[in-house]
Design a protein around this ligand. Structure first.
Ligand code: SF4
Ligand code: SF4
Length: 93
């Protein structure tokens, strides 16, 4: 099991989630972040840090966002590592 970043993260990137992750498993896509499933230890620390409730455990993600489980695994492998907080994107919520 692992945690997964879903649709609400798109266009946000407040990255409050990144700094609390003990295993540094966040990766930065063009308009959202992804969690590498091999590195996530399911501690849940990132969940309350996300202001838009974008992070779910993979077996508890809303059904309409189930595709994000595979998307996180795929995109985390293709995207640059992010380990520090950065300024949110322009127009972020
Ligand atoms: S805090 Fe939530 S919305 Fe913001 S970057 Fe992290 S997962 Fe995405
Ligand atoms: S659940 Fe824990 S290990 Fe997994 S991404 Fe969130 S903070 Fe990192």
């Amino acid at each position: 099991m692992a945690h997964v970043v879903a649709e609400p993260c798109r266009g946000c990137k407040h990255t409050d989630c990144v700094v609390v992750c003990p295993t540094e498993c966040f990766y930065e896509g063009d308009d959202m972040l992804f969690i590498h499933p091999n590195d996530c230890i399911d501690c849940g620390c990132c969940v309350p840090e996300c202001p838009v409730k974008a992070i779910y455990q993979d077996n508890d993600i809303p059904a309409h966002w189930i595709s994000y489980v595979a998307l996180n695994a795929d995109m985390a492998r293709k995207s640059p590592h992010i380990t520090e907080k950065k300024s949110p994107m322009t127009g972020s919520k």
